[in-house]
Design a binder for this molecule. Structure first.
Ligand code: SAH
Length: 217
């Protein structure tokens, strides 16, 4: 696996593109400049890794568009040492951005093939999450709750109740809500019973799937 000066140059350009689109958080831009996105993709797509586009990965899923990764990360306002729950590990690229920001990342993926792939890849690249598992993100991770931040990287038909319950008071959740098309939604927990919901902009993610056959983890 190779990372070259050429890749580095392309990443710097990508960071400028994202900045012009509204990703202005300096730490997030640093992460985009650092993380070798091409190494999270199939060889056949690697030449396009620094275009601001989503690409197919295994199991009919996608690696999110860099703008989306940057924008969601910015909305989350991650601080060093915070516990962050990620639903939809996918390629592990968003996971790595969160690790780079200093978060303790707990990540869940429902495609076993992707879970296995990232379990090998992330330690090699030096972006190891605190905990990763194969499971159903609708349930969250009750054993590790509560979380300072929650990020969902697949389109959820509705906000899963279990995730709301696992958010700390004062915490933030960034989640695309909807079916074919979604609304990026920022949820802040005001108190034990009170949640503030803000819709930000339209977006398009692969669906958050329900799977009753998944084994308990
Ligand atoms: N952040 C990832 C996005 C991958 S696409 C990246 O940039 O690569 C969204 C991911 O959510 C897919 O890998 C999909 O398998 C996963 N997903 C869908 N439904 C899920 C569920 N119920 N629980 C956990 N993961 C889910």
């Amino acid at each position: 696996m190779k990372d070259t000066f050429k890749h580095q140059g392309l990443r710097n350009q990508l960071a400028v593109v994202l900045k012009n689109k509204g990703v202005t958080d300096q730490q997030v831009l640093e992460a985009i400049k650092e993380i070798p996105r091409h190494l999270y993709m199939d060889a056949s797509f690697q030449d396009f890794a620094y275009q601001d586009v989503a690409f197919p990965i295994a199991a009919e899923q996608t690696i999110s568009q860099p703008y989306t990764v940057g924008f969601q990360s910015q909305l989350l306002e991650v601080k060093k040492g915070e516990k962050v729950l990620e639903i939809g590990t996918g390629s592990g690229y968003q996971t790595s951005v969160l690790v780079h920001l200093g978060a303790l990342v707990y990540t869940v993926e429902r495609q076993q093939e992707l879970y296995k792939k990232t379990s090998k890849l992330l330690p090699v690249l030096g972006y190891k999450p605190k905990y990763a598992c194969f499971g159903d993100g609708y349930k969250g991770l009750p054993d590790f709750a509560p979380f300072d931040k929650i990020i969902v990287t697949c389109g959820a038909p509705e906000i899963p109740r279990a995730l709301l319950a696992q958010l700390k008071v004062g915490g933030r959740m960034v989640i695309p809500v909807g079916n074919a098309q979604q609304m990026m939604t920022l949820v802040t927990r005001k108190s034990l019973k009170e949640f503030d919901k803000q819709t930000i902009e339209e977006c398009a993610f692969v669906p958050m799937l329900k799977d009753k056959n998944l084994k308990k983890y």
